[in-house]
Design a protein around this ligand. Structure first.
Ligand code: PLP
Length: 465
């Protein structure tokens, strides 16, 4: 029956109103309504810490949703936002209209990326940047007289967003089945995870070649004249934190070039220093035709995303408008001046504090500490990562490899235990594991603390088995 919301004692309790009125993303709605899933209200953030309404202070080892790259409580971003909002709170960017922060930011982004990628289209989320990228891909092939090039290849386990198309590109079944997705244009191939999926004795190079051959076979069986683009994250993020194996991008890019298939690099997680390089494309020698950016662009202080267009694609877009008039695509909030001001202040911090270099150096230290703490642990199958992105996967038995029954929720139990001990990590799907993506301001002492708490939480769960 309907819950009585009029009880005077509870009416002002945010936890009650939360259960009654908030529709949370990615949440078990029935368990949340019943109280089985606890309400977790975060009220403050400072540096790498967040605090909940009971005053429980935790290290945020996942930087929100791997987006708060500069850490919490940066008053200079708040000041920049305040000043911009007072000066010009909003104006649109259609038909050549513009504003100063968005202009300056576009130049900054292009300068940081290089790779002959010089034009920036703004949105508000990683999902919408991939919707934009797909439409650019379709438009591009049409202008070049190939309207039948429409199919989009993405990878299983990948995450590209939750929209109708971006959710179709996402390669995780939970985003599809009950929504009647993916759209028929989208095809999925394997994502690389050498430890999990390589044949016994297969080198990383040989494994990479095999996956490139799978991609090529897929393009050939679909018909290369129908395949428009390949979408991929330089490091698979929410699908398990999977750095690319040796040779993967070299092999894959050769296949894409052979069949005139555009490459869209989804750098929503890997952009702006997360991997220890400015962009994952720099780390792996990727030359994308289009790039998706969000998260670290503004460190989540305000929503902002970007689709970055290579010169090769840009020339075709310009030609398209010569033939057809304006490029009819955009959002009310494209190039929002206040979000752009937040992003500029964020990039200033990243520059001034050398956070990309810190992600590389403290990241290397963090990876080494994780390997020392977990590398020989009987419950750990693999420790992997790059920069300040890392994962630890749990196994019931190392050799021969045997996974836990997923119903035992080992990764989720370690995650819950770590949270009680003052550390937020994220449990990873498919294999039981935990993921780390702390703010890029991390110090060595903070890295030690994260590893200590994660190890003690793991020990606590191991002791119950
Ligand atoms: N692409 C990647 C690689 C992501 O990790 C995400 C979000 O986690 C997205 C796209 C979607 O971004 P948003 O949630 O801002 O729509």
């Amino acid at each position: 029956g309907a819950r009585d919301l009029s009880l005077p004692r509870e009416i002002n309790d945010p936890a009650v109103i939360d259960r009654a009125h908030m529709f949370h993303p990615g949440t078990h709605l029935a368990d949340f309504a019943s109280g089985e899933l606890p309400s977790q209200i975060i009220t403050g953030g400072e540096g790498i810490y967040v605090t909940d309404r009971d005053g429980h202070r935790m290290i945020d080892g996942f930087a929100g949703l791997w987006c708060v790259n500069v850490g919490y409580g940066r008053t200079e971003i708040a000041d920049a936002v305040h000043a911009q909002m007072a000066k010009l709170s909003y104006y649109h960017a259609y038909n050549g209209n513009s504003n100063e922060p968005a202009i300056e930011l576009a130049g900054r982004i292009a300068g940081m990326i290089g790779l002959d990628m010089n034009h920036v289209f703004y949105g508000l989320s990683g999902s919408d940047s991939n919707e934009t990228n797909a439409k650019i891909v379709w438009y591009y092939h049409r202008i070049l007289g190939k309207p039948e090039k429409r199919k989009l290849i993405a990878r299983q386990r990948s995450y590209h967003g939750s929209g109708v198309l971006s959710g179709s590109l996402t390669g995780q079944p939970g985003f599809h089945g009950l929504f009647g997705l993916p759209l028929p244009e989208v095809i999925h191939v394997s994502a690389p995870h050498h430890w999990l999926d390589a044949h016994p004795g297969e080198t990383e190079r040989a494994y990479s070649r095999r996956l490139a051959q799978e991609l090529e076979a897929t393009i050939l069986s679909e018909g290369p004249e129908t395949v428009a683009a390949f979408f991929a994250e330089p490091v698979v993020g929410s699908g398990g934190i999977l750095p690319s194996p040796e040779g993967y991008w070299e092999e894959v890019q050769q296949v894409l070039r052979r069949y005139d298939v555009l490459l869209v690099a989804d750098e929503v997680v890997t952009g702006f220093g997360r991997t220890g390089a400015a962009f994952g494309s720099h780390l792996y020698g990727i030359r994308p035709d289009l790039m998706a950016l969000a998260k670290g662009l503004s460190s989540g202080y305000l929503p902002l995303s970007a689709s970055v267009v290579s010169d090769r694609v840009w020339q075709v877009l310009e030609e398209g408008t010569r033939q057809n008039g304006p490029f009819i695509h955009g959002w009310t909030y494209s190039a929002h001046p206040v979000c752009a001001a937040a992003a500029l202040a964020n990039l200033d911090i990243i520059d001034r504090e050398g956070l990309i270099e810190n992600a590389r150096d403290t990241g290397a230290y963090f990876q080494q500490c994780l390997r020392e703490a977990f590398g020989n642990h009987p419950m750990v199958g693999e420790v992997r990562g790059v920069g300040l992105l890392a994962a630890v996967d749990f196994v019931e038995q190392r050799s021969p490899r045997q996974f836990f029954d997923p119903a035992r929720r080992i990764g989720a139990q370690v995650t819950e235990t770590a949270r009680r001990k003052g550390l937020i990590v994220r449990s990873m799907p498919r294999i039981d594991g935990i993921g780390f993506a702390p703010p890029l301001t991390l110090t060595r002492a903070e890295a030690d603390q994260i590893v200590d708490i994660a190890r003690s939480a793991t020990q606590e769960i191991a002791a119950t088995l």
